[in-house]
Design a protein around this ligand. Structure first.
Ligand SMILES: [Zn+2]
Length: 409
């Protein structure tokens, strides 16, 4: 049985962790920044070392292609993303890229001839922090989001995704359109506490929760804080505060399997001696049950309207993004569990709360994911960590699955 080179996997991950390293031990490599470009260049040079044919599409997605015996057969694909959250971690995304690279290195150095081609993919702007929404480029590739719409996404400074792609030299000419894929596997850290709690090494998600993003805009009336009496104020921030607590209380009130979060807020003019007149905040709702999540939003909107009315504020809400829950391919999930078992790794069939490129890819190709434990269940933070032996275990399972699938005719 072939094994991936755990030492080399670790070394490559450590090299990647230096690109955009933060003083707190994490990584900040926002999408389409110079750090993202540097990461891409490192990955591509490693892809070339193992003689992959490197292609970049119109969304900046990178594909390293290794020929099979019969290139008319649909390929097996793996990969993830190399962008991070602000002050993010050293494993989210990049583990799936470097884990996949390590699999291709093993195929290369052992001269393994697969029947099908094998592709290592790096997806642009998975995190959705700099440019909302998340997973935008796998969404375009899967035909679920429009290319021109994606190009127009802007960051807080007004820079456009399309222009930034061009600036860092990654607006490729290959169409960002999916091709038939035989099987797709994404290796990723769990980003939650379950595997650690259950003392399991490999997690296989049954699928990914639905993901609904909203934007809420409140407009009140600004005024000097001293002379303006409390009665009759139209304080947009106070209205927002009440609304945010409604979001937080909703999952327990509705009693279903759901999480709801406000993670981003902009308060204007944000001065200690002016009553805030404009607030913009985001709402993120996730559930396995899409209809339940939609009901939750209707429920929230109703209470937002009442709160805005009571405080004499104007309210505008926008649906910015909705992705349906994704049930992954059960046959591939079974294969992952079987391969983990053969290596005597303990495993667990579970649900993922995080969104992944695999959610979009799953809509056009048989897809499954391999999770490894996150220490303390922490992710999207600098202390995000995973044991090296768990990274190695995940990559070994990925290796077994890719060899198996790519040999099938
Ligand atoms: Zn990720």
């Amino acid at each position: 049985m072939l094994n991936i080179n755990g030492k080399r996997l670790r070394q490559s991950l450590e090299i990647m962790a230096e690109i955009g390293a933060t003083p707190g031990g994490g990584v900040q490599r926002l999408s389409l920044t110079d750090e993202d470009k540097a990461a891409r260049e490192q990955i591509i040079s490693w892809m070339r070392e193992v003689e992959l044919d490197v292609k970049v599409d119109e969304m900046g997605n990178i594909f390293g292609i290794r020929n099979g015996r019969n290139n008319d057969l649909s390929p097996v694909m793996t990969g993830s993303h190399c962008d991070t959250q602000p002050k993010g971690g050293r494993f989210d995304g990049i583990l799936g890229v470097i884990g996949g690279l390590e699999v291709l290195r093993i195929l290369h150095e052992n001269n393994i001839e697969t029947q099908r081609p094998v592709i290592l993919a790096v997806w642009t702007n998975e995190e959705g922090f700099r440019f909302s929404p998340a997973m935008v480029s796998s969404g375009v590739w899967a035909g679920k989001l429009e290319l021109e719409w994606a190009y127009r996404r802007t960051d807080l400074t007004g820079a456009k995704l399309g222009d930034e792609l061009e600036r860092i030299g990654y607006k490729g000419d290959m169409p960002a359109v999916s091709r038939p894929i035989y099987a797709h596997y994404e290796l990723h850290i769990e980003q939650g506490p379950i595997l650690e709690k259950e003392n399991k090494t490999i997690g296989v998600p049954k699928g990914v929760l639905c993901l609904h993003w909203y934007d809420v805009y409140i407009e009140g009336e600004a005024n000097q804080v001293g002379p303006t009496p409390m009665a009759g104020r139209h304080d947009a921030l106070c209205a927002a505060s009440e609304m945010i607590l409604k979001v937080n209380e909703l999952p327990s009130k509705m009693g279903g399997n759901m999480v709801a979060t406000v993670g981003e807020i902009h308060n204007m003019p944000n001065s200690r001696n002016i009553i805030p007149d404009k607030v913009h905040f985001t709402v993120d709702i996730r559930s396995w049950d899409d209809v339940f999540a939609l009901k939750a939003w209707e429920n929230l909107r109703g209470s937002f309207i009442n709160i805005a009315d009571a405080r004499g504020c104007q309210l505008k809400t926008e649906i910015s993004w909705r992705v349906e829950h994704a049930l992954f391919n059960q046959e591939l999930a079974r294969k992952i569990l079987e391969k983990a078992g053969k290596r005597n790794y303990s495993s667990l069939y579970m649900v993922s709360g995080a969104g992944h490129d695999a959610s979009y890819i799953n809509q056009v190709a048989p897809t499954s994911m391999i999770f490894v434990p996150s220490i303390g269940g922490r992710s999207h933070v600098e202390v995000e960590d995973t044991k090296w032996e768990d990274c190695e275990a995940g990559a070994n399972v990925l290796l077994d699955c890719i060899i198996d699938s790519s040999m099938e005719i």
